[in-house]
Design a protein around this ligand. Structure first.
Ligand SMILES: NC(=O)c1ccc[n+]([C@@H]2O[C@H](COP(=O)([O-])OP(=O)(O)OC[C@H]3O[C@@H](n4cnc5c(N)ncnc54)[C@H](OP(=O)(O)O)[C@@H]3O)[C@@H](O)[C@H]2O)c1
Length: 299
């Protein structure tokens, strides 16, 4: 099958490419540095924010399925440059969805738990979003663009992604491990409840959703454990045989440009019932994360 991936040089994109390599004809789309070459994959630079080049690339490739993982993901950066956030997260999704409609291709667009305000999580797919902040609002509008414009579309919401894959960008989880290894104290938000999601688990679920199902609408494709950031940190530290000082911090004490959902987290019963690749419990995901981490060169 001809499968296009946007955001192919991102954290989730790397997991998606690794799973598709050698099994499908793949178009990897992104900006900047191409990902390491994989079998059967062609790279094309295409800007999700220019109103046309990603759409044209998908059309030229005659994609049969598209996994749209590209986005401006810097939550506070989006607050500082709302115009860019809109052009990429809404306009880019619009480009991808239009191409899918023209080709009759299936689309899975990746979204976020941030579409909810975090007043009363964890949330199910049918709960009404109330996004706060530029990142959250543009991702929510992107969901609607995808669902409205592409007839065969599912939106897969993920949250607090982390990966131990070599080259993966720093995340909450990797920073915890690195700081504990250096013996540094950890300042952790004590009032945020989240659904940590191992990127490889999300990639498995999203690709299965894209290639093996005709499910349309929103599906929560996060880890199965909803947990506060401090207990998450403690469980992660235990799995790595590390310990250190945790300094609890309230979100309101830190001046962040973008608001953060507090009582967040996503319910995953629907994905667990639908998919072969089920949302992993945190202890299962941490075992895999530890294995990814240990297989990095030099560890
Ligand atoms: N990370 C999380 O915790 C998290 C949580 C919830 C939802 N999500 C969603 O999951 C998806 C994947 O996230 P991720 O963590 O893998 O993010 P990531 O590593 O930042 O990947 C996003 C990719 O999009 C690319 N991109 C940004 N602007 C672009 C543009 N104008 N044109 C083309 N490509 C562009 C980025 O390229 P550059 O690196 O070159 O900028 C990057 O490769 C996103 O839709 C994100 O909103 C992530």
């Amino acid at each position: 099958m001809r499968v296009a991936i946007t955001g192919a040089n991102g954290m989730l994109g790397a997991e998606l490419l690794a799973r598709l390599a050698g099994r499908h004809e793949v178009l990897a789309l992104g900006l900047g540095e191409p990902p390491p070459p994989t079998q059967g994959t062609q790279w094309r630079e295409a800007d999700l924010g220019d109103g046309r080049s990603a759409e044209q690339a998908i059309l030229d490739f005659r994609a049969e399925a598209v996994l749209h993982a590209g986005a401006v993901t810097d939550v506070d950066g989006c607050e500082r440059d709302v115009d860019l956030a809109w052009r990429v997260n809404v306009g880019g999704t619009e480009q991808v969805a239009r191409a899918c409609r023209a080709l009759g291709a299936r689309l899975v667009a990746v979204s976020t738990d941030y579409v909810f305000d975090g007043e009363a999580g964890p949330y199910a797919e049918d709960d009404v979003p109330n996004p706060r902040g530029a990142y959250a609002r543009t991702k929510r509008c992107g969901e609607e663009a995808a669902l409205l414009l592409a007839p065969d579309c599912a939106v897969g919401r993920v949250a607090v992604l982390y990966s131990g894959r070599p080259g993966a960008k720093p995340t909450f989880a990797t920073q915890i491990v690195e700081k504990l290894q250096r013996g540094e104290p950890l300042k952790i938000f004590s009032d945020q409840i989240v659904s940590p999601t191992l990127a490889s688990n999300a990639a498995d679920m999203l690709l299965e959703l894209l290639l093996e199902h005709d499910y349309r609408g929103v599906l929560h494709t996060t880890g199965a454990t909803v947990i506060g950031r401090i207990p998450f940190t403690e469980q992660l530290a235990r799995r790595f045989g590390l310990s250190g000082e945790i300094i609890p911090v309230k979100t309101a004490e830190v001046k962040l440009p973008a608001p953060r959902p507090l009582r967040g987290g996503l319910k995953v019963e629907r994905a667990a019932a639908l998919l072969r690749h089920r949302p992993l419990l945190l202890d299962e995901a941490l075992d895999l994360f530890h294995a990814e981490w240990m297989s990095r060169a030099g560890r």
